[in-house]
Design a binder for this molecule. Structure first.
Ligand code: SF4
Length: 82
């Protein structure tokens, strides 16, 4: 019993499934993990729910996922000034 080793954690079938779904979304959105075209990034995008947070919810109808402040996608839109 003393030789028993706890098995290393491994991704399960659900993780593979989730990854494939998210990867498809990522490719459709051309989602990047860094700003693009100057200063365009999630943190200053209309769809970024809380601009005070480093990670927040993107409410764009094609996405609806958590994203990072410095990320970017093709649906970026400026926050209206008024
Ligand atoms: S629409 Fe794109 S750029 Fe805007 S918050 Fe969502 S993922 Fe970021």
């Amino acid at each position: 019993m003393a030789d028993y080793e706890i098995p290393r954690p491994e991704p399960k079938e659900i993780d593979e499934k989730n990854w494939l779904q998210l990867k498809d979304l990522l490719e459709r959105a051309t989602l990047k993990g860094h700003p693009y075209q100057g200063n365009e990034k999630c943190g200053n995008c209309l769809y970024y729910l809380n601009t005070d947070d480093e990670i927040s919810y993107c409410w764009h109808q094609q996405l609806r996922i958590l994203v990072g402040f410095e990320w970017w996608c093709q649906w970026w839109e400026a926050i209206p000034e008024d």
